[in-house]
Design a binder for this molecule. Structure first.
Ligand code: NIG
Ligand code: FE
Length: 395
């Protein structure tokens, strides 16, 4: 049994996902003891005695859950960063054979053990900033065997890492260079049962110059029948109708959403699809931000993520992502906490993100009583300890 004395406790509670104004309703208490057994919260009581206190902190929150990353990958794309600085766009670089294709070359060449080693280091960086659980995707193979290699890497990472990774198949990340789009989609369809051995979630980059709704509609319908949860990289570069399709198919999440309009905002507000936003990508590409305020005000559920990847967002730090969410998505502090814990857990299909008796929860301990200090001084690390699956790491 672990006993955590919290001078200040902040956490979402209740069932996920929280929608609209519900996202602001956070449970707050002071001077309490939190009792944990095997990662599960068993009790929260007013602090009485310092006997048997294992941990102590000015502020205790659920550890963060990152709803969208592109781990595992290897290799850098520094040159593209410079090219974009000179005016080349993300789409132009991809069209000319760089971008995602660049990382595909690196991942194809790397062995499983190299990928495991590199990405385990990254998971520990996430952890250092209070992240206990992330999503990870394939998508840097663009052929079945390399895509599966990435999913195997996630499986091996989960065997050795404290931070856990929920796997997603993103074979439809770009059009393979050596195969027509249609043939590749057909190949994926034939291999869905094989893919299902590694993950039950399928994602697509549904946007201009990549896969359009008409390309993938049938495959995604079929995947849904086979029991896959659907996710979409939707309408990030241009509004191609990806969000509409995501909602129509009952996708668990529609991600990015930079170019959506009022129609999509209405659809997301009245459906069970979670709007998953990654303001780090807008910042990094110098793009516009998703209409988060409108989405929340209309009643949509928002999850937050980093989109950590070597091209459009090499940022894993949740303090900075939350800074951007406050500043440019105009979200409230309580909303960002909900979006980075309980709602992101819902997108990943895991129980996490709420410090509440009877629930499993990874926990972060901070050296400030004010939660807003974390995004406010984003380059300062306030984390003093993190408890993942009942195991404590001190910093
Ligand atoms: O979420 N939008 C597509 N995919 C990623 C970028 C991946 C890459 O450039 O390597 C994204 O931004
Ligand atoms: Fe992404």
């Amino acid at each position: 049994m672990i006993k955590i004395h919290a001078q200040h406790l902040l956490t979402p509670t209740g069932n996920a996902p929280k929608r609209g104004s519900e996202m602001k309703k956070i449970y707050e208490d002071f001077d309490v003891d939190i009792f944990l057994e095997n990662g599960k919260v068993v009790d929260i009581k007013k602090h009485s005695t310092t006997d048997h206190v294992t941990l102590e902190a000015k502020l205790v929150t659920p550890a963060f859950v990152d709803a969208h990353t592109h781990i595992p990958f290897i290799g850098k794309r520094t040159k593209e960063f410079l090219l974009r600085n000179k005016g080349k766009t993300y789409s132009e670089i991809l069209k000319q054979g760089g971008g995602i294709y660049n990382t595909v070359n690196h991942v194809k060449k790397a062995s499983i053990s190299e990928l495991v080693k590199e990405n385990l280091k990254t998971l520990n960086l996430f952890k250092r900033f209070g992240v206990a659980y992330i999503e990870g995707k394939s998508g840097y193979g663009l052929d079945i065997s390399t895509e599966i290699k990435q999913l195997k890497v996630i499986k091996y990472l989960n065997e050795i890492s404290n931070v856990k990774v929920a796997p997603t198949f993103l074979g439809l990340h770009a059009i393979p260079k050596d195969m027509p789009k249609k043939t590749y989609i057909e190949k994926i369809k034939e291999n869905l049962d094989y893919i299902k051995k590694y993950t039950n979630t399928i994602d697509v980059f549904c946007d201009k110059g990549v896969f359009l709704p008409d390309d993938i509609k049938e495959l995604f319908n079929f995947a849904k029948i086979k029991g896959f949860k659907l996710r979409f990289h939707a309408d990030e570069i241009e509004n191609v109708g990806a969000t509409k399709l995501a909602v129509n198919l009952g996708a668990i999440s529609a991600d990015h959403l930079l170019k959506i309009g009022d129609e999509e905002i209405h659809l997301l507000s009245t459906s069970s699809t979670i709007a998953t936003l990654m303001p780090g990508t807008s910042f990094y590409l110098g793009e516009i931000y998703a209409p988060a305020r409108k989405l929340i005000d209309k009643g949509a559920a928002i999850a937050l993520g980093s989109d950590y990847n070597p091209g459009s967002c090499p940022i894993f730090n949740p303090s900075f992502i939350m800074h951007l969410a406050l500043r440019y998505l105009k979200m409230e502090p309580e909303e960002i906490l909900t979006a980075y814990t309980l709602n992101s857990s819902y997108v990943l299909g895991i129980e996490n993100g709420a410090i509440q008796p009877g629930k499993y929860c990874d926990i972060a301990l901070w050296n400030t009583e004010d939660f807003v200090d974390i995004p406010y001084m984003f380059h300062h690390n306030f984390l003093t300890a993190i408890v993942i699956n009942g195991k404590v790491t001190f910093y």
